[in-house]
Design a protein around this ligand. Structure first.
Ligand code: ADP
Ligand code: ZN
Length: 663
């Protein structure tokens, strides 16, 4: 593996001249304009300010530090050090910069001594624009000595702290070593620091500010809306088959991630999908490191791999064309759900966030909190967070409005303000009053509004049956037995425990088993019932009294069967990230296929994922426009100066001679 991907010594870089942010964006990255808050962040950092950037996954955080790094290097200010927890992904990140002609390198434990020393020399000579390293490395005396030397010579342009939420113990990504990063501020006073994260909740944010001493930093909070992601939550029935149908009918041959809670379930699901002919691979922390890396590599490099994983997978995976994220189990909270689903559709093209959800999920998640070793305060917080997620799952109104409301953002329809592509200026905290009644048009509930039914009577029957159990013998039972008794289904247990004599025996014969499960699920979600202990026995909560007395009504959503597939391109959003509209005509389709085949070869030769060479959207645009000159090619989004120089002639030849027109 080529560890350092410095530009070959051969030809001088093409007129690398721009020293202003916009010029660099155009020249190096080939993009016409910044998105949303990028410009403000970039200008602030270029001018030497500290910043905290909160942007959703796919929002374009990388450019927020890469553009300033290039600008500052070209202004003679030296190297920007990128702190990243993800050693396994550094190679690809640096590879992507190399493709852009930006001198970058990483230092980590995968390097041979010789190479590490070569990179250190490049670093000390001030030739690198960006250097990636993990926090534990940055805090070593050897590394600090290098930074000291750079700092003394005014060649330390800045620090970018990626995945900054790792400094907080509240999330599941906490990294001890991140705590040491506050030392950078003390040791290298005056060197600008930029912390970035996609984790939005107030707790984590406050933690980042405090622990990294970013009190003075300017905060940039982007809109967390991801308009191209279609949210869907379906009732769990036969989850594997539901998943298979979803993948086959809507995402055949496309890349996706399937999240499961346990390692065992990951393996079983991956194995089963593979048997069914889906190109699925497992990923979890219990797998051998080699296997893990190989599977991750295949996911990144091959087309159309489905990764079945625990939440150990995903952070830092910047594959832009993940077309779906499916949850077979309930995540822990909305933060987790949002972060995981956010890995879909970074390229701005339509993508699905799909989840199956059932009674057992509620019981399990509640039990995991109850059984954990954590203190009471922590548990209480976890419960509140779970409740918010359950409310989202049970909601009959727009999922997006609820999601954004949770993060303190009011939803405004994408078309409402075409003049400003970024809706992130919304003052946060003034939550969703303003968005009540809004419809995003791109979630299951908006596309197919579910019926809601008054289920108060059924709820009362269920709660009073739980009460009768307890009255009859002080015992508690789980959901399965409760439903049997309600429906008057005789079993050994109902006979032995004398439950056939109860006044509630058979009072719920009017509802099917699945309907009862929905009622119980909702009672659990709303907190009127609690499931306790290993068997999830049901216990009345205080609030059940109001329902039993008929003082509080319970409404239930009745699911609608089908939601149309996510093919409609999302409207507006993202400041024009959507390509001019995919479907290509036959000739252009042929050219697109040829371009992809060419890209696959280049990517293999460079040992990089294909999207690092060019995104699908860029190739599609080439196929559609069929440029005939380098100038015209340079006008396509995603074609920067270096790529033009490296690949331009070949691409023009391919487009001239390739399929689509007789030669
Ligand atoms: P994040 O790190 O916030 O998840 P990335 O930095 O990976 O997001 O950006 C997501 C995608 O959007 C990338 O493929 C990137 O190339 C693209 N992108 C970012 N900014 C722009 C822009 N201003 N114009 C066009 N594409 C952009
Ligand atoms: Zn909606």
């Amino acid at each position: 593996m080529a560890a350092v991907l410095l530009p070959a010594a051969a030809p001088a870089p093409p007129a690398a001249t721009a020293t202003d942010p916009e010029g660099v964006l155009r020249e190096v990255f080939g993009y016409a304009a910044f998105r949303g808050q990028q410009q403000a962040v970039v200008e602030h950092v270029c001018a030497g300010g500290d910043a905290l950037v909160l942007m959703p996954t796919g929002g374009g955080k990388s450019l927020c530090y890469q553009v300033p790094a290039i600008v500052r290097h070209r202004r003679g200010l030296g190297v920007t050090v990128v702190v990243s927890p993800l050693i396994a992904l550094m190679h690809d990140q640096v590879g992507a910069l190399d493709e852009l002609g930006v001198p970058a390198a990483f230092l980590n434990s995968t390097l041979e001594g010789d190479e590490a020393r070569r990179i250190e020399r490049e670093l000390l000579a001030g030739r690198l624009v960006l250097l990636y390293a993990a926090p534990e490395r940055i805090l070593t005396p050897r590394f600090q000595a290098m930074l000291d030397s750079l700092h003394e010579r005014a060649l330390l342009a800045g620090f970018a702290i990626d995945e900054a939420h790792c400094v907080s113990q509240w999330g599941h990504d906490f990294r001890e070593e991140y705590l040491g990063l506050s030392a950078l501020h003390e040791r290298y006073a005056g060197v600008p620091r930029l912390a970035l994260t996609a984790t939005a909740d107030a707790h984590t944010r406050a933690d980042i500010v405090e622990r990294l001493q970013l009190e003075e930093a300017r905060r940039f909070v982007a809109s967390f809306d991801r308009p191209n992601i279609r949210y869907r939550i379906v009732e769990k029935d036969d989850p594997r088959r539901q998943l298979l149908a979803f993948v086959r009918e809507e995402h055949e041959g496309e890349a996706g991630i399937v999240y499961c809670q346990s390692r065992r379930k990951v393996e079983e699901t991956a194995g089963w999908l593979a048997q069914q002919g889906v190109n699925a691979l497992p990923y979890h922390a219990g797998l051998d490191a080699e296997v893990r890396r190989a599977n991750q590599d295949r996911f990144l490099r091959e087309d159309g791999v489905v990764m079945v994983a625990t939440i150990a997978f995903g952070m830092g995976i910047d594959k832009p064309d993940v077309r779906f994220v499916a949850h077979l189990d309930l995540p822990k909270n909305i933060e987790g759900y949002y972060q995981e689903t956010g890995r879909a559709g970074r390229d701005g093209l339509p993508a699905d966030a799909w989840m199956t959800y059932g009674l057992a999920d509620v019981v399990n998640q509640r039990r995991m909190i109850d059984d954990s070793e954590a203190g009471e305060d922590f548990k209480r917080l976890q419960r509140t967070k779970l409740d918010a997620l359950l409310a989202l799952a049970e909601a009959a109104d727009c999922r997006r409005v609820r999601l954004l409301g949770y993060f303190g953002e009011a939803y405004r329809e994408p078309d409402a303000d075409p003049g400003s592509p970024d809706r992130g200026e919304t003052p946060r905290g003034v939550a969703s009053e303003a968005s009540l009644g809004f419809h995003c048009g791109n979630c299951d509930n908006c596309l197919n509004p579910p019926d809601t039914i008054d289920a108060t009577e059924s709820a009362r029957k269920a709660l009073s049956c739980v009460y009768r159990f307890w009255q009859a013998g002080g015992q508690r039972y789980g959901a399965v037995h409760l439903i049997d008794v309600l429906r008057g289904k005789a079993t050994d247990k109902s006979r032995q425990h004398g439950h056939e004599e109860l006044s509630t025996w058979g009072i719920g014969a009017d509802l099917a088993e699945a309907e009862w499960r929905a009622v119980l699920r909702q009672l659990l979600a709303a907190g009127h019932l609690r499931a306790e202990g290993e068997y999830g026995v049901l216990v009345l909560a205080d609030s059940a009294r109001a329902v039993l007395r008929g003082e509080q009504r319970v409404t239930l959503r009745r699911p609608v069967e089908r939601v149309p597939r996510a093919r409609k391109p999302a409207r507006g959003g993202r400041g024009g990230a959507l390509p001019a509209g995919l479907p290509l005509d036959a000739a252009a389709g042929g050219r697109f296929a040829a371009l992809k085949a060419w890209r696959a070869e280049v990517a293999r030769a460079h040992n990089l994922p294909a999207y690092v060479v060019f995104h699908d959207a860029t190739l599609a645009e080439m196929a559609r426009q069929r440029p005939t000159s380098l100038d015209a090619l340079a006008g396509i989004g995603g074609v920067g100066a270096k790529k033009l120089e490296r690949y331009g002639a070949e691409l023009l030849r391919l487009l001239r001679e390739g399929p689509g027109e007789p030669m």
